[in-house]
Ligand binder design. Sequence first.
Ligand code: ADP
Length: 410
Amino acid sequence: MFKKIRYRLLLSYLFVFASLLGIFAIAVRFAFTRSLTEQITDKLLAIGKGAAANVEFEKGRLTFESDFRPQDLIAYHQALQWFDTQGNLITQQGKTVLTLPFLPNKIVQVQAGKIPIQAVTVPIIANDKDQLVGYVRVSQSLEEFDETLQKLDLGLSGGIIITLVLSSIGGILLTRQAMQPIEESFARLKQFTADASHELRSPLMAIKINAELPLEYPEEIGPKDAEKFQAIANATNQMTRLTEDLLMLARTDKVSNQNRDTLNLTSILENIIQLYKPQAEAKKVNLKFQLIANFQLIGDSVQLTRLFTNLIENAIYYTPSGGVVEIKISRVGFQLYINVQDTGMGIAPEYMDKVFERFWRTDQSRSYWSGGSGLGLAIAQAIARNHGGLISLTSQLGVGSCFTVRLPTS
Ligand code: ADP
């Protein structure tokens, strides 16, 4: 149980941490991409302005100033294109030119492709007349930009993985440390329950004997007193059962290897059925057992007897007369499946998980003294888990229930 909590705690911690790291990585990548794009745009703008300042269009013809060499302005992966006011390409310099149509109103253009290209358009204003005479479009391949981003992605994901691995190691140690006091106090509580139930056994036995003794001489006590003594004896019987159930529950969680033997499950079930046959017959419930073969498993015979007693007792108790209670065993691989099926009142779907909880009963108004303690299925589930198995339930209100116990054979 604690292992599961620890595991869940660690997973939630890692999930929160991974989400925070993810958000951080996305924010860093976003800010980095933005600043890098701005840097490229600024650089291209500066080149564009330089190119625009050194050129003039006269009657549709491009003239460079005498000492201006456009190829000096651009680097290997950049290019310059000159357009007239109508957007016609006049000339170009460099290899990474944009093939996208010229759009004078769009300052920044990005051309997707195998190698994306970013371009910036700068208007050319005639020096003397303040008049628009053409445009320069400067472009640059984003290859380097992509490479830088790839490196950043690699660094970020590597960093996240290393941080997550380190934090899971830290998380394991932390959750272990955090759970230790809880585990200790739980063990103390269990020990207390076991001790208290154990200590209650003797006084309860004394009350029982003293309450039953006068009942053996009814002529000496009046019928009214006899009724009171009977009530005390009944209540004591129920309390004895309750304390025994609590003791059992406190002890079943402990895996006691010395009590494990190779058992014949078929004969355990046959013994229980033999014991409960008269009760079932008295209630006119048909108790059936389909014996196919002898099934063996390693376990604690006292605990397993208790498990199946609880299920069979419940099945008979919650099945009206004329009903059927059927027990079947089957084997699939290394697992044994034992079905205890009844045609009783059934359990509503919303209560199916609750029936295995301690002290939970569908009819909460019924007093403890009129039936079991509500611990029967909790004990049965604890025993099944103690043997590496599980109890599952299928049920339909008014039709019946089927409790399936799965137990490993070795
Ligand atoms: P109890 O001592 O009340 O039988 P259990 O833990 O054995 O306690 O069962 C819990 C509740 O589950 C019962 O109160 C009953 O409402 C329901 N239940 C158990 N077995 C059956 C069954 N075979 N058919 C219908 N309801 C059942």
